[in-house]
Design a protein around this ligand. Structure first.
Ligand code: UDP
Ligand code: MG
Length: 324
């Protein structure tokens, strides 16, 4: 039987057929240089192109490549979760498939791990080849999350990180559906540190994170780690009540002095629309939380694995297709 890996490199991929081979080549070059056993856990997140075939071809050549094939597309954060559930290493490294996170950074993460840190996240000192829209929204997003959440989620940090076995085991007990893994890793604690790196351009293909998925991730991050949006309603209601209380004597005074100010339906209508839009906004916020409660209460599994290749026994010890 194969040696138990010391390091697991977990890579989720969705329609990345152009990248898989190059990813393997670079990961292998780096990991072989370390001289310790490793595995590459590839998660095929319901790709509709040749991603799975490429992965299986690599597995034919190199038994250290393991493949988890999802029954459909479940999304990046869920794919990462599955990879962590199956990974066997003492340290687990999460990386994107598109080589924006250069594998050459991994030895630096491992160095810190050997110094005794249990989470070593890679901080983006610079991002190459991203659109200005992505740069601005990402920058705003990280700062907003940092401000309103209750955990210290490091700025400008994606999912590229190394986690000790103990951290991975702790994360495996957290089965929430709206997943923001960066926040969850901060939440579990342990000794954490960062290593700076330059985020590269995508090796090939286009981003698999359209605006819709970015917004969903942002909502998962906010609802998962903050109650602040729920509290905004009370501030808004206090401000509006304050305005009303101030307005009453003003209106009475104007009436008594015989002025015909504040006439007209238009004003009333506009105020009505504005107040209603506030209310609907809070409905939306409430709905975001309620939907996530519903998602968790149903207790559906986080993902469904169609096939898993390279895992001897029946898969992960926790959090596979069973709900728990
Ligand atoms: N990804 C995935 N499932 C999805 C979307 C993305 O597994 O539904 C993977 C994708 O293949 C890549 C990583 O998540 O390895 C990050 O995606 P991408 O590079 O498109 O995001 P960006 O870097 O543009 O934010
Ligand atoms: Mg990318």
């Amino acid at each position: 039987m194969a040696e138990k890996p010391k390091y697991s490199v977990v890579v989720p991929a969705y329609n990345e057929e152009q990248i898989v081979d190059e990813l393997y080549r670079r990961v292998r070059a780096v990991m072989d240089g370390l001289g310790e056993p490793w595995e590459l856990v590839l998660v095929n997140d319901g790709s509709s192109d040749g991603t799975l075939d490429r992965m299986l071809a690599l597995r034919e050549k190199d038994g250290r490549v393991k493949v988890i094939n999802f029954a459909r597309n479940f999304g990046h954060q869920i794919a990462v979760t599955a990879g962590m559930d199956y990974a066997l290493g003492d340290a687990v490294i999460i990386m994107d498939a598109d080589l924006q996170d250069p594998p050459e950074v991994i030895p630096k993460l491992i160095e810190k791990w050997k110094e005794g840190y249990q989470v070593v996240y890679a901080v983006r000192a610079k991002r190459l080849g991203e659109s200005w829209f992505k740069l601005i929204t990402a920058r705003l997003f990280y700062r907003l999350i940092y401000r309103i959440t209750d955990v210290d989620i490091p700025l400008d940090t994606g999912d590229f990180r190394l986690m000790d076995r103990r951290v991975v085991d702790a994360l495996k007990t957290m089965r929430e559906h709206g997943r923001f893994i960066r926040g969850m890793t901060s939440w579990v604690g342990f000794r954490q540190t960062g290593v700076e790196y330059v985020r590269q351009e995508r090796f090939a293909g286009k981003t698999k994170y359209p605006l819709r998925k970015m917004l969903r991730l942002a909502m998962d991050a906010i609802t998962g780690f903050s109650f602040f949006p729920l509290q905004i309603a009370i501030y808004a209601s206090l401000i509006l009540a304050g305005v009303a209380v101030l307005a009453i004597p003003v209106v009475v005074a104007l009436r008594l002095s015989g002025q015909e100010a504040l006439e007209g339906q238009a004003t009333t209508l506009i105020v009505l629309l504005l107040l209603n839009s506030f209310q609907l906004m809070f409905f939306f916020i409430l709905g975001q939380y309620v939907a996530r409660i519903y998602d968790d209460v149903r207790g559906r599994p986080l993902y469904i694995v169609a096939e898993a290749y390279g895992f001897d026994d029946s898969g992960p010890d926790e959090g596979d297709t069973k709900s728990d």
